[in-house]
Each structure stands twice: as structure tokens, then as C-alpha cells.
Design a protein around this ligand. Sequence first.
Ligand SMILES: [Zn+2]
Length: 310
Amino acid sequence: MTIKIYRGKDCVHHDVSAEHPEHPDRLYAIDDQLLSSGLEMICQHGDAKQVKRENLALAHDPYYVDSIFQRSPRTGVIWLEQDTGMTPITLSAALYAAGAGCDAVDWVMEGEDRQAFCAVRPPGHHAEYDNAMGFCLFNNIVVAARYALKQYELSRVAIIDFDVHHGNGTENIIAGDKQIMMCSSFQHPFYPHTGSPVSASNILSAPIKAGATGEEFRKKVSYWFDALRNFMPQLILISAGFDAHAEDAMGQLRLREDDYHWISKQLRNVADEVCHGRIVSMLEGGYNHSALGRSVVAHIKGLHGDEQSH
Ligand SMILES: [Zn+2]
């Protein structure tokens, strides 16, 4: 078994309010489904370490990183912007979330045919070079991508982002970076109202209209796979958001578990061909807890190359 699931110690303790959709119960829902699916028994466990500040600086303005440390409250909640709050534990949770990506990169790169899923929060793909946004403080997936490029002297990595929201932060940081290809699908027009047209030639986008089904999603993203094979990434990273699920009220796309299984298996096939099966996936959105848990199970089965059972 080659799948390892990384968790961060404080990721379940970041809790800005009971009404906030980015809630600790998301992680409990994933754990419940992993247990009842039997995957929990066959996946390896990884306890993430907190990210090093120098690795955050691979994706972010060091002054921005300093400002997040300085604004961390001793009590109560402070709001970095309307959607993104910090409690006294949030900074630690965010450091574990970003650290999980680096630890997962280490594990995946130090062997062959390895895949990792980071069940962490807060998410990251809305966090820009010097700006917190949309529940995100640090851009976990870009930190992982840049860490992999530096630590393992890689020259090409790919980021695939299938969250219902455009990963504006990821695009903001890596636009024009020839070492990183980003393939991104998202409901459009929709929050955060970016992503179409793309801002640079290393970004492949698939904007999708509200109401679209998994069939339309598959058609829209199918051009990615040849582009990925041509780019030949040495590592594939996934911003795995599950809020495009039909049961998720955050967006208006109508994907199902089968669609997450499908895209994951396609990416596994590409990874087998070009990068020894190496994939690091990190949780982004997904706010209907039942759909989130089931979709993560389908995603992990797809990454592992298993068939989706019905
Ligand atoms: Zn999202």
C-alpha cells in the first residue's frame, strides 16, 4: 500500500465560529468515511510537522508572513478579511497544514509509486503572495510545489485544482513560473471572480457554468491530460476541493463521487507514465460533510488506482 494520509495536530482545533462553513467537523467527516470505507485500515498515517518559515517564504512575501505571526490573537477571533478569521490556535493549524504538504513531498519523493493525501485545514488556494482570503492564510499547495522544486532540484511540477472556486491565490503566485503548470477547473462566473481569461501561459483553465454535471466537467478538463504528458511533471500536486459536489450548497456544480474518482484515476495514470506515480494531494474546500467524506474516499481510491464500488 502506497497511500499515506497526513494530518496536522491543531488542524481540528481551528474554529472561528459554529456558523462558519470551514469548520472542524469537515475533518471528522473525512475520518468517519475513511473508517467506514475500510481505507483507514490500509492507508499509512503521517503526523505533519509545522512548516519552516523559510518554506513559507517560497510562496509568500516574508513581510506578509511576519504580519500573520504578529496578528495572531491571544484571545477571541480577529478577522484578516470578511471570510478569514484567526483564533489563538489558527496560526499553529495553518503551520501544520502547510507543513503537511512539505512532509508529504518528502515522503513521495523519497520512494517510487507513492501518493499522499493531506487531510488538513485551513485550506490554502485563495491565499495570494501577500494576502489572506477565502478561509486561507498560507497557500499550502504552492508552498509544497516550490519546496519540491527546491529540495529535490526538480524543474517541473504540476498543480491540478478542481475546487468549485478558482484558485486565485495559486494563480497569483505561480503565474509566469515556467517550472509550474497549473490546471484549474472552477465554476464561472463565481467567487472569487478570477481565472478567466488566464493570466499567463503556464495556466490551463476550465471555467464551467453553474448547473453543469460531471459529464460536462469531464469534457472540459479532458484536454489537460495530454498537456500534462507533454509537460512531463516530475511530481503532480492536487488542490483537492470537493465543493463542486451536487450536494454541496457552496457552489452550483453537480459533480458526484464518481467524478472525483475519475479525475483522480486519470491523474494517477498520468503520474504513472511521467513521474513514477508520485502525487501529493491537499484538501481545499468541501462543505457538505457527508458528500465531502464520500468524495475523499473516492479520490483516494482513484489515486490508488482502485475501482470505485457502488
Ligand atoms: Zn472552494
